[in-house]
Design a protein around this ligand. Sequence first.
Ligand code: PEP
Ligand code: MN
Length: 382
Amino acid sequence: EPYRRQRQMCIRDSKSGIDKNVCQKQCNTTQNLFDAALICKIGEKNMIIVCKNTASQEKINELIAELEEQNLKVHCSNGTLSTILGIVGDTSKLDITALQANEIAEKVQRVSEPYKLVNRKFHTDDTVIDINGTKIGGGHFAVMAGPCSIETEEQIIECAKAVKAAGANFLRGGAFKPRTSPYAFRGLKAKGLELLLMAKKETGLPIVTELMSLEHLDLFNDVDIIQIGARNMQNFEMLAELGHCNKPILLKRGLANTIEEWLMSAEYIMSGGNDNVILCERGIRTFETATRNTFDISAAPLIHKLTHLPIIMDPSHATGMSSLIKPLAKSAVVAGADGLMIEVHPNPEKALCDGAQSVTPAAFADIMSDVKKLCEFENKTL
Ligand code: PEP
Ligand code: MN
């Protein structure tokens, strides 16, 4: 018991930014070095300095240089209201009171979250992704719709025209499909991409499609948004590489990943230099088997609290049931989502993939009429 109290005290102190050595000494008194290491790790937090509006660029640069001399990495985010310096590395050696006394510092704060570039604290404004004028985030609502897989020219063209007429602003379809069974239809691959590009040309809709291997990246030059599916959310080599490409990335949440793991994956992309990340909640695995997954509606408002990145919601993969798409799509708008992903097929019964969760073009148009009303109510532009 006394040991437990001591440990809790250490954790509390390290959260408030206690010096690492002091923390270690306290832990050593408990004779438990393993916990000392654990607690000191918590103490190694990132830090942010919110600069005063009056701070000159020269003074900001001086402060950055001073911090970099101490082997810390500094990222500067120029927001509409203030400039924020995000400091990464072992900030335990920094004297927080000395920093607070700096004439340009408005606020100095340690940040306990391990993600930084995606963190709302480092970048207060909403990120708006702009695809040739079609925007996502910051009050702009985007609807991505289309079949799970591209099957034939007629199917994708018919679908593209129908979703456009109903008000979708992106056409989504899979050419490379991640399937649980190797014997299932795994997409038309390069041929599927060709058909999707035809549909883009025909309708003018920007396109979203899944990349399953970096080997195929060259085929994606005319794709507007690259989708990274749930199964590749933690393919770290892939994420790091996508950090060097200039295309927006739609990062789906993993089948059984926490919000923090998901944001760390987004951090992989952003830390490579690609700021255009859109998150997509598609349901998570729980004990419930009545639906394909469990739709984590709380992800929408929570993501907005934790990060500046936009989030779209995918009720299709979350539920696996076409009859649930309408109520959940509506709930996603009201929960604050920046968009929706909905599977639409001209003939769901005959779909080669995910037919049970696909809605018909007529049902999609009906969903969109309610979504439009709710967007108006929520003050979002669709
Ligand atoms: C898809 O979008 O068709 C898909 C396979 O989704 P997820 O990666 O979310 O399972
Ligand atoms: Mn699908």
